[in-house]
Design a protein around this ligand. Structure first.
Ligand SMILES: Cc1cc2nc3c(=O)[nH]c(=O)nc-3n(C[C@H](O)[C@H](O)[C@H](O)COP(=O)(O)O)c2cc1C
Length: 220
């Protein structure tokens, strides 16, 4: 699947965590782009099958536990209905010595719910990223493995499925088969005219048409 990890950071931790997530998802065969929120447009979010949002919690406008301002700007610009039912996930870095631990994650979840997005796995909250690097890396990777399983198992809604065969197109089977029959008869007639045996050509065309349609009927 095409996955975007969009993040904001002040001291680089949310970016590094994003790299761990990217590596794991790629191991699972996904195509993953890791991009800064400030370099991402809201329209771009619509181009991916899954979007993962990452932000540290910070002190903004006199309030603790806020998402990074670049992430807030990006989320505020999302047009209505653009991301309806799109699969997504959230991770956040914080420090539990603050009164509102990983408040950014809650704030992002509220925004995603307003856009009717589908959060596929419980959000990840990482404490003191740089102080417990190994344990945190392990937790992030474990979460990413879980996420990888969820995105492949969850049916994508709101995404246009590309038909892999003619039998998946919207056209009713009876119309497709009639079209086949008509083409075969026309082909037979053409042969008949070319070789001056219209009746034989016509019979040949009907024969081929009936054979072709009965074979296709079996496989519809
Ligand atoms: C000024 C300041 C305010 C912070 N406010 C919070 C907060 O309200 N809640 C929280 O859980 N962590 C808070 N933190 C901790 C950061 O979110 C944490 O250090 C995080 O790992 C930073 O991520 P980054 O490296 O991606 O910038 C704050 C840190 C600073 C320096």
């Amino acid at each position: 699947m095409d996955i975007l990890i969009v993040y904001a950071t002040n001291s680089g931790g949310t970016y590094l965590a994003g790299q761990y997530i990217q590596d794991v998802l790629q191991e699972h065969g996904h195509q993953v782009v890791l991009k800064k929120a400030k370099d991402t447009t809201s329209q771009e979010l619509g181009q991916y099958q899954v979007v993962i949002f990452g932000s540290p919690s910070w002190y903004v406008d006199g309030r603790e536990g806020q998402m990074h301002w670049d992430m807030a700007k990006l989320l505020d610009a999302i047009p209505d209905a653009l991301l309806h039912k799109k699969q997504c996930a959230v991770y956040g870095l914080g420090d539990n010595s603050y009164a509102y631990f990983c408040g950014a994650v809650d704030a992002i979840e509220i925004k995603l719910a307003q856009h009717n997005m589908q959060i596929v796995v419980p959000s990840l909250r990482i404490n003191e990223f740089y102080y417990q690097p190994d344990a945190n890396a392990a937790d992030i990777k474990q979460w990413a493995h879980k996420l990888a399983g969820r995105v492949s198992n969850t049916p994508t809604q709101g995404r246009k499925k590309i038909p892999s065969s003619i039998s998946e197109t919207k056209e009713p089977a009876v119309i497709r088969l009639s079209k086949r029959l008509m083409v075969s008869i026309a082909f037979g007639l053409l042969l008949g005219v070319l070789f001056e045996h219209v009746v034989i050509g016509l019979l040949f065309g009907i024969g081929v048409g009936v054979l072709a349609t009965s074979k296709k009927q079996d496989s519809v």
